[in-house]
Design a binder for this molecule. Sequence first.
Ligand SMILES: [Zn+2]
Length: 262
Amino acid sequence: MKPRTVGVKPVRANIGIEMQLYRALREITDQMVAEVERKLNPPVNSLANDASFAEIMNILADLRNRWRSIWDARARPLAARALKEAYAQGDAAYQRALRQHGISVKFTKTPEIEAALGTQLQKSVAMITAVPEYLFEHIERQATKAVETGGVKEFQTWLKSEIPGVGRRRARIIANHQVSAANAQVTATRTAGLGLMCEWRHSRGAFKTRPRPTHVKLDKTLFDPSVGAFDSDPAVSAYIQPGSLINCKCVAIPRLPTTLAR
Ligand SMILES: [Zn+2]
């Protein structure tokens, strides 16, 4: 007979850490965007011939290289700090949730946690250092279009009105995703360490975005947190933790056998 279990309050990603990372990323993004606008203004104003278009592409290539090394230098310390804090907050919240069931644990640095943190740091750094590529590709695409259609004025307007938002949205997505994924990973690793199973709980989240059908299907199913649950979406097709994909607000509910709970 299956043991009766009770759900432990899920650990949610810490908004404060997310905002802190977002602000840091936004600051670099804003500086980068401001410089692009400043340097592109004169050649765009004279974008009447192919020569100035070539000049624009050269300026963009130079800026891309320069900002690539700036992001490369900033990514690791920023990601490491956010992850460390997310792991510490996750542990603390999990300990509090378990205490509500009369269980007192003190999470320590285990090899599993070190490994999870290391993997996550690599992923985070990769995502942050990809920001300049993302933005410059966007700008180059639009510049090419402007030359083809002769919409130079539109390009300039677009650069001023759209690109700051594109940069900031990217910063927000990265901050949200990284803190959420860190939270999912630390709680999964701790839950597996305690030998407990998890229940997937689907959530549409605050933005009420279109739910992933595979996550709706996973709702209330049990999974082993050391493995994750299988997301059969062809674009994912992997074992994942709830909350580990971009914009996924699903959470893991650890199931505690009633024989252990108070
Ligand atoms: Zn989800």
